[in-house]
Design a protein around this ligand. Structure first.
Ligand SMILES: C[S@@+](CC[C@H](N)C(=O)[O-])C[C@H]1O[C@@H](n2cnc3c(N)ncnc32)[C@H](O)[C@@H]1O
Length: 258
């Protein structure tokens, strides 16, 4: 039986790699690296560095493929994502079928944790549901960008006994949900931040968390939003891509319904 490992490698710092991930890395015969659009070589390079640093006792092969791009011209975001996942399932299925021999272990190294805004687990489920090939698979958790953000700002994620809302920049165009005091926003192209610029909330923002390029900004959103937008643009043009995440905290007394 073939086996596929989905290994969370943490969101940026090679030191985020867990002992469980190191053990898993050392079982792998074939790594599948996906070259992903905007962040391209930097993210592949980090994966290469992780393999070189943590794999001590065996030889392995690396197969690099170009990740398919999402068709942004589709009328609905969700139908575009479904079609994109279908394309990825075809590519991943072919990799597992053609590049992995019976009894071998293959691995996808997942940025951060495989359970958080990452489609690989769903794609593996889809390949198995198609029924054309069979294999075993395992998920190894990793440190998320949310944990990195909280740690770097030295804050707790939740206020006492209260929930945390995790969402995307796209969703922020609908505003911060009424009963939510703390929200973490990922995958924002900048529009979500701008949509909320007038809200009376604190922001803890971080870009390239855990890497040598890390930038942190914290304070009242209204007072910091221009600075964050400026830094975002400068960093994006300097590096060619940006990955940022932020936490918004509303003073519970200032909720719209209070
Ligand atoms: C496709 S999601 C993947 C999330 C990942 N699975 C995790 O556990 O953090 C990518 C988004 O995660 C956030 N992100 C990931 N790594 C980051 C980092 N090092 N610094 C800041 N944000 C990061 C950004 O919001 C980015 O748009």
């Amino acid at each position: 039986m073939k086996k596929v490992l989905l290994i969370g490698i943490g969101a940026g710092n090679p030191d985020y790699v867990t002992m469980q991930a190191v053990k898993a890395l050392n079982e792998v015969d074939v790594f599948f690296f996906l070259d992903k659009g905007e962040a391209k070589r930097d993210l592949v390079d980090l994966r290469t560095e992780i393999c070189e640093r943590f794999i001590t006792n065996r030889s392995y092969r690396v197969v690099e493929v170009e990740s398919p791009a999402r068709d942004v011209s589709r009328p609905s975001y969700k139908s575009g994502v479904h079609a994109w996942h279908r394309d990825k399932a075809d590519i991943f299925g072919r990799l597992i079928e053609e590049e992995l021999r019976d009894g071998e272990v293959g691995a996808f190294l997942i940025w951060g944790d495989p359970s958080l805004y990452d489609s690989t687990i769903r794609i593996i489920h889809q390949i198995l549901a198609d029924g054309r090939i069979t294999f075993d698979y395992e998920v190894i958790p990793g440190i998320t960008s949310i944990q990195a953000l909280a740690a770097q700002h030295r804050i707790a994620l939740n206020t006492i006994g209260e929930p945390v809302h995790i969402t995307t920049g796209r969703r922020l165009n609908e505003g911060l949900p009424r009963h939510i005091d703390t929200a973490v926003i990922m995958l924002d192209n900048g529009s979500g931040l701008r949509a909320l610029a007038g809200e009376d909330v604190d922001i803890y923002w971080g870009a390239y968390l855990g890497t040598p390029d890390e930038v942190l900004v914290a304070g009242k959103l209204r007072e910091r939003v221009d600075e964050i937008e400026r830094v975002r643009e400068e960093e994006r043009s300097r590096k060619g891509w940006i990955m940022d995440t932020y936490l918004l905290r509303r003073n519970p007394d200032k909720r719209k319904d209070s």
